[in-house]
Write a protein of this length. Structure first.
Lengths: 109, 119
């Protein structure tokens, strides 16, 4: 089952923060986050594992709440280069990685 | 290391025809997954292969099929094309298995995709 992402789209000014949420109706083993810039392939950001710690990648970090079957991606002090569509992908047992519909993030000067 | 290579980059086909798309994974990667990307629907899972075996299949009609070869290269085929099949088809490889972790903790590395247009 496809995880649900929110918001669908967000516009930020440089330096502002954003949170993208991802929730699933199924128990999760892991959550993946990817970013896709226009006309390019999705690029891996990070994986959060069941029982694992919050991950960080420069000024982008994420958390994983196993009980609530939710993950959140935090973008701090956004830069123009953060613009793109962010996808969360969820793994439940021996299932393939299933992606949400994406959150389009636009950072403006 | 070379990345995931997908060929061709663009295809234009007519309704009713069939098409074959090719994917060469990163060297050493034994798992290949295929996704269909359309505006508004995100990335829809098609197939997942590991060591020439289909591990999972998405909710797509039987017109969509795939296979993986002994060198881990993969192909997907769509027969009797319909207008709704127009999409970007993405292939991704990952390193998982006995020496490379498990599927749920292995990042996917995507190719640039094949843009299929059905007229």
């Amino acid at each position: 089952q496809q995880p649900v992402q929110s918001p669908q789209a967000v516009i930020l000014r440089e330096g502002e923060d954003a949170v993208i949420n991802c929730s699933s109706s199924k128990a999760l083993y892991s959550v993946h986050w990817y970013r896709q810039k226009h006309g390019e392939a999705p690029v891996f950001l990070m994986i959060l594992l069941k029982g694992g710690e919050q991950k960080g990648h420069d000024k982008i970090s994420a958390s994983f709440n196993e009980k609530k079957q939710q993950s959140s991606l935090y973008l701090t002090a956004s830069q123009l280069s953060y613009s793109g569509t962010y996808f969360c992908g969820s793994h439940s047992g021996n299932t393939p990685l299933v992606f949400g519909k994406g959150t389009r993030l636009s950072v403006i000067a | 290391k070379a990345g995931v290579t997908q060929t061709p980059r663009y295809l234009i086909k007519t309704r009713g025809q069939q098409v074959t798309l090719s994917c060469s994974p990163i060297s050493g990667h034994r798992s290949v997954s295929w996704y269909q990307q359309t505006p508004g629907q995100g990335l829809q899972f098609l197939f997942e292969y590991f060591s020439e075996t289909q591990r999972n299949k998405g909710n797509f009609p039987g017109r969509f099929s795939g296979r993986q070869f002994s060198n881990s290269r993969s192909e997907m085929n769509v027969s009797t094309l319909e207008l709704g099949d127009s999409a970007l088809y993405l292939c991704a490889s990952s390193l998982w298995g006995p020496s490379g972790g498990s599927s749920y903790n292995s990042p996917l590395h995507f190719g640039n995709g094949t843009r299929l247009t059905v007229t």
